[in-house]
Design a binder for this molecule. Structure first.
Ligand SMILES: [Zn+2]
Length: 135
């Protein structure tokens, strides 16, 4: 499977496998997990990830780490191709989340988008933390 890149107004409620949806207006990207588990992944673009169109295929940097689904998948997507990486340990996942919180605190210099991004970040982190403690 290769991930196509699709620029959209909104991330659709029902996503197709093999498509990376990117909305510049909401600064989000969405995709279904590459392992086939059906988990919806939402990325903050450009805060946490960069998403590029490479000839119709998606490139995502840095890697996508699934913390909030049982598969715990970890991979990078380059020109649509999935390269698998070792799964994060719980400690690594916690460190990454702490770094994300620190980045959002440091990003306060942009007042117009601050509130929107902070709210999205807090909601996303809460759902990740919930899944960590549920195990
Ligand atoms: Zn998965």
């Amino acid at each position: 499977m290769k991930y196509r890149y699709l620029l959209v107004d909104r991330i659709p409620a029902k996503m197709q496998e093999g498509v990376v949806y990117h909305t510049e207006e909401y600064e989000l990207a969405g995709l279904l997990c590459a392992c086939g588990c059906g988990h919806r992944i939402t990325l903050l673009v450009p805060d946490s990830h960069q998403v590029r169109d490479e000839g119709g295929y998606a490139t995502i940097r840095p890697s996508v780490g699934v913390f909030d689904a049982p598969c715990k998948s970890h991979y990078v997507i380059s020109a649509g191709n999935v390269q698998w990486l070792p799964a994060f340990t719980s400690a690594q996942a916690a460190n990454i989340m702490h770094a994300q919180i620190a980045r959002h605190v440091a990003a306060d210099a942009r007042p117009a988008t601050w509130w929107k991004k902070a709210k999205a970040a807090v909601l996303s982190l809460l759902s990740k933390l919930r899944s960590l403690f549920a195990r």
